[in-house]
Design a protein around this ligand. Structure first.
Ligand code: IPE
Ligand code: IPE
Ligand code: MG
Ligand code: MG
Ligand code: MG
Length: 300
């Protein structure tokens, strides 16, 4: 990892998404005391420990295209992290992956209860869209485009659709094509949206957005391939989530279909394709290049 990239990643990771649960809906009146517990659960879910990859992709895309208004991008980055955190909270629920550990701590439904975990997820998702609508320094057209992009990526044509396929496919076999389609939806969609948001904020042309999207398609898929590899090769302490869950639950994964070495080769191939897609940007996209390498070489 280069020093410049390491500094950039630390900077992006040090920004915590802001979301008091009762703000702004209750900004004009005292928050009901009963909501203090909800606030605490929201804060718990946003604890440090996440890699903040989606915010980092968003900052990197905006910077690569010459956008330096960090206040605007902060809103988009927070929206992405909130939406992602909601997806993890629901992913861990007993009805989904039934995972007790997340980001090195008990999953939200373990630390609190299932109803709280469902509601915190719902609240984070709603708040994400509010943050986009409120993003400073951007035109109404830009903010509406972003709401549409994120809604599409989060919904049944994106993350939720991919999660549905994942749950349905547990204990069954998939072709490589089906697996790729599932991963592209459940993980790739939000990663592509992170890049699109950064690009839209920077006033990207259609051609630049298309190049970012191609990069995102490859690196988004690579991200989940590596997540599947780490489930086999990683260790629980480093990952902050239970290693070996995919195998135990008989989940469809790249490792199951291609073997460990096949999955690693696939991740490297996807990295090359992602780097190729950045050629049009020249040196200005070096942060995105370093980020792609980090995504494929990470150990958690
Ligand atoms: C985990 O995402 C879920 C997947 C989409 C593979 P991350 O690996 O980005 O989780 P955090 O945010 O760093 O905890
Ligand atoms: C989850 O994929 C993807 C989401 C949309 C949250 P996984 O189920 O593989 O994520 P982890 O391994 O639990 O983080
Ligand atoms: Mg899952
Ligand atoms: Mg899971
Ligand atoms: Mg996983």
């Amino acid at each position: 990892m280069t020093t410049a990239f390491s500094r950039f990643l630390n900077h992006c990771q040090s920004k915590s998404p802001s979301v008091p649960a009762h703000s702004p809906p209750f900004t004009n009146c005292a928050a009901p005391a009963q909501l203090i517990a909800l606030d605490e659960a929201v804060e718990y879910s946003l604890q440090l420990g996440g890699k903040r990859i989606r915010p980092t992709l968003c900052y990197a895309a905006a910077l690569s295209l010459g956008m330096h208004d960090e206040d605007s991008v902060d809103h988009l980055a927070s929206a992405l992290e909130l939406l992602h955190t909601y997806s993890l909270i629901h992913d861990d629920l007993p009805a989904m992956d039934d995972d007790d550990l997340r980001r090195g701590k008990p999953s939200l439904h373990k630390a609190y209860d299932e109803a709280t975990a469902i509601l915190v997820g719902d609240g984070l998702q709603a708040r994400a869209f509010e943050l986009l609508a409120d993003a400073p320094g951007l035109s109404a057209e830009q903010r509406i485009s972003m709401v549409k992009v994120l809604a599409n990526a989060a919904g049944t044509a994106g993350m939720v659709g991919g999660q549905f396929i994942d749950i349905q496919a547990t204990d069954s076999d998939m072709t490589l094509e089906q697996l790729q389609a599932m991963h592209s939806l459940k993980t790739g969609a939000l990663i592509r949206a992170a890049l699109a948001l950064g690009g839209i904020a920077a006033g990207a042309s259609a051609a630049q957005l298309a190049a970012l999207d191609e990069y995102g398609t490859h690196i988004g898929l690579a991200f989940q391939v590596v997540d599947d590899i780490l489930d086999v090769e990683g260790d629980t302490a480093t990952l902050g989530k239970t290693q070996g869950k995919d195998g135990a639950a008989n989940k469809p994964t790249y490792v199951k279909l291609m073997g460990l070495e096949g999955a690693k080769a696939e991740a490297r191939r996807l990295l090359d394709d992602a780097l190729d897609a950045l050629a049009v940007f020249g040196d200005s996209a070096d942060l995105l290049r370093d980020l792609a390498r980090y995504i494929v070489e990470r150990d958690r």
